[in-house]
Design a protein around this ligand. Structure first.
Ligand code: SF4
Length: 379
């Protein structure tokens, strides 16, 4: 497949691995966080950890929107869906995420709530147009990548005067989460001391570009290399990060030039700016309350904001105490550190969001059998 096979070539991967081994100073140690769950999956799927010298370590980050959505927000969505004459539309990934009291959106649907899986925000809009007697709420999640299509749906609903359409907005922002990790990690966890550089997100960066990561380099002295999702992309980004560290540089570099422009996607950013405004704080599973890290509908689109329309209230809820998702999302633990991993918790019987989501670290480690990474880390 063009633009995929070239970046999965085993011979080239071994050559890049040899370059990493040559350029990594044996007297130094290198710890890079891959922020994005897409990178975590590529790393697990292609066995990239096995190609790295022992002193080059990758730390999983919180870049999985389903994983970081706190249970309280899913509980709120379920309460909303239980209203008669209301239809909740959402992406399939969220359906099996465990909520409080043994519930999930899937179980709420089985119990009679009208919850429908859609493939895009515009599918939800079409349902609202076709069923004017029902309140149709789109449960929107995702990083900067999925915010523009949600914004477009809201703008179209306003233009078409679709008064029965609204959005329960859970979009989150990447740079504030990176700042939070560098500023606020508990002692001993993957914060400023542990993270020497970031493998920057691919899809998010196609929207926001490279400039929003500049604070990592300028304020914290941490390099960022934006990377594509193929194995050679990730490995090349690791070479670029090692070079920056060795040369005492800390810059934002773009390995994914075939898709990411320095300024990102202007039209997509304009959609976001038109429809959303930042929340003062948003709760992330694992990270806690992160300042200015979430989006809500701007005042001029308040009529399409489900939280305002239905007077929704945030009721914080506790994670399963045995689940280590929080620590995994902070980069403090690996999936195999959780005693439920692969025993009580599997993709068929998920106990935490990290095992449900296609971008979750636990799902990645389980799917690709990366159980021995714990041994590597301990060595
Ligand atoms: S294995 Fe399951 S219970 Fe353990 S951290 Fe991962 S999702 Fe949570």
């Amino acid at each position: 497949m063009k633009h995929a096979d070239e970046y999965r070539d085993g011979r080239l991967a071994r050559a890049v691995a040899a370059r990493i081994a040559r350029e990594a100073d044996p007297a130094a140690s290198y710890r890079f966080m891959e922020f994005c769950g897409g990178h975590t999956h590529a790393i697990s799927r292609y066995g990239i950890v096995d190609l790295l010298p022992a002193n080059v370590r990758l730390i999983h980050g919180p870049g999985c929107p389903v994983c970081v959505l706190p249970i309280g927000r899913i509980d709120a969505a379920i309460r909303l869906a239980e209203r008669p004459s209301l239809t909740l539309c959402t992406y399939g990934d969220l359906m099996r995420v465990p909520a409080s009291r043994g519930m999930s959106l899937l179980r709420a649907k089985a119990a009679g709530a009208d919850i429908r899986v859609v493939y895009s925000s515009l599918d939800a809009l079409a349902i609202a147009a076709a069923e004017p007697d029902r309140d149709v709420v789109f449960l929107a999640i995702g990083f900067e990548t999925t915010a523009p299509p949600t914004a477009l749906a809201v703008r179209l609903a306003a233009a078409r005067k679709l008064a029965n359409f609204s959005v329960f907005c859970n979009h989150v922002l990447t740079p504030p989460a990176m700042r939070h990790m560098l500023e606020s990690a508990p002692p001993g966890e993957a914060g400023r001391d542990a993270i020497q550089g970031f493998i920057g997100p691919a899809h998010v960066s196609t929207v926001i570009g490279a400039e929003p990561y500049a604070f990592c380099a300028e304020e914290f002295g941490r390099p960022v290399v934006i990377a594509g999702f193929e194995p050679l992309d990730v490995m090349q980004a690791i070479v670029m990060l090692i070079r920056q560290i060795n040369e005492g540089r800390h810059e934002v570099e773009n390995q994914y030039g075939r898709a990411v422009r320095p300024g990102g996607n202007e039209r997509a950013r304009a959609e976001i700016a038109e429809v959303f405004e930042p929340r003062e704080a948003f709760e992330w599973r694992g990270l806690g309350s992160v300042p200015f890290s979430g989006l809500r509908l701007a005042e001029r689109y308040a009529a399409f904001d489900a939280e305002r329309r239905f007077a929704m209230v945030d009721r914080p809820a506790r994670d399963n105490p045995a689940c280590e998702c929080g620590a995994i999302l902070r980069g403090a633990k690996l999936p195999a550190d959780c005693k439920l991993f692969g025993t009580a918790c599997t993709p068929e019987t998920p106990i935490g969001s990290c095992m449900v989501s296609a971008e979750g670290a636990c799902a990645a480690h389980w799917t690709y059998g990366r159980f021995r990474d714990r041994v590597r880390r301990a060595s």
